[in-house]
Design a protein around this ligand. Structure first.
Ligand code: KG4
Ligand code: ZN
Length: 339
């Protein structure tokens, strides 16, 4: 079975072709291609994603990206058995480009189309490389738009345990980098420039919501960071920049892992997964693995290219859903949802 998956929820145009030999079985599908076209250069001058520019860029790049994914996979559209597309959450204009394109293909080729939740797809990215992760799974999704903890008690079940009440972790990194004039996206540049810095140099404390719930809050941390920047005259050429960035990155990582630990105490999972764009971060990956070792739990993080937005993760979840739903037919009424 061949699947063509499309992802355009934010500022990456992505298309992937997957082959599933035994849909629904233990074997992971094979990724034949996973093309990701970043719009970073378009948005960099603004220090963040400009929704209007993002959708216009997707309009230009969707057809060539799908063409490239087909060519790399070495299959024609006639061979595709199933179409998958991100339905939301995301930027509505961006989502509509991918959704309309996928509907057109499914309609013309008379093949089923499955709409996929972007956040669930991030969690499923982990299973592409490790199909036999033991349930129940506690998943921490950390991206530019979302920071959330999920309990997966069985395949395709996603129970939200906590989420951010304000900024997402990636958003906080992006905003600090923007304020310091370091460029966009902020996460990778903070990681690069903070390398070798003293992560204990600046005093940050792990923020906790007042009711001690599993929800996150990063806006206080961001405000505290902005205050330290002003008080210490931190800027691009400041010799303490590396220390500051390392300290900020460290507190973000510790906050995330601290919440995961609280959640693990509550739900007693068998495995832990970390996913989303910020999961590319080496410091966070290290803190996560340290916690998993202490807790004696199996821990999984996708390869970096499967952490950031990509269509392969969308195809992965579609294959599982398709296998669960015999007689699934094309749903051309699919609507996009922003939230
Ligand atoms: O999952 P993603 O590609 O898009 C969303 O769904 O939001 O995540 C993008 C986020 C951005 O905030 C970016 O700064 C962050 O992931 N990011 C990183 C790294 N690479 C990307 N954050 C920290 N360290 C990195 N190496
Ligand atoms: Zn994402």
């Amino acid at each position: 079975m061949f699947v063509l998956a499309i992802e355009t929820s934010c500022d990456e145009t992505s298309a992937a072709v997957l082959r599933a030999s035994e849909p629904g079985r233990a074997a992971a599908p094979e990724i034949l291609s996973n093309i990701v076209l970043s719009q970073d250069e378009v948005h960099a001058p603004y220090g963040g994603v400009v929704p209007e520019l993002a959708s216009r860029q997707h309009i230009k790049t969707i057809a060539p990206t799908v063409g490239e994914a087909m060519a790399r996979a070495g299959v024609g559209l006639d061979a595709i058995d199933l179409y998958a597309v991100t339905q939301g959450p995301g930027l509505i204009g961006s989502l509509l480009v991918g959704l309309s394109f996928a509907k057109g293909l499914a309609y013309f080729h008379k093949k089923p189309l499955i709409g996929i939740d972007h956040l669930h797809a991030h969690l499923e990215a982990c299973f592409l490389e490790n199909p036999a992760i033991a349930y129940p799974v506690l998943g921490l999704l950390v991206s530019g738009g979302h920071t959330a903890l999920y309990l997966m008690e069985e395949p395709l079940s996603y129970k939200l345990l906590g989420k951010t009440r304000d900024d997402a972790a990636g958003e906080a990194l992006d905003k600090i980098a923007k304020f310091l004039g370091l460029g966009y996206p902020g996460g990778p540049v903070i990681e690069k420039l903070g390398k070798g810095g003293d992560a204990k140099a600046f005093p940050f404390a792990v923020p906790r919501t007042k009711d001690r719930s599993l929800d996150f809050s990063f806006s206080g941390l961001k405000t505290g960071a902005l205050k330290l920047i002003r008080e210490n005259g931190i800027m691009a050429e400041n010799p303490r920049l590396a220390d500051f960035l390392a300290s900020f990155e460290e507190i973000v990582a510790r906050t995330l892992v601290d919440h995961m630990q609280a959640a693990a105490d509550q739900v007693q999972p068998k495995s832990l997964i970390l996913c989303g764009g910020v999961a590319r971060n080496t410091r966070l990956r290290t803190r996560f693995q340290e916690f998993a070792r202490r807790a004696g739990l199996d821990a999984y993080v996708p390869a970096p290219k499967l952490c950031t937005d990509n269509a392969a993760m969308v195809g992965a979840i579609a294959i599982k859903r398709f296998a669960r739903t015999p007689g699934f037919t094309t749903d051309l009424d699919l609507d996009a949802f922003a939230r």
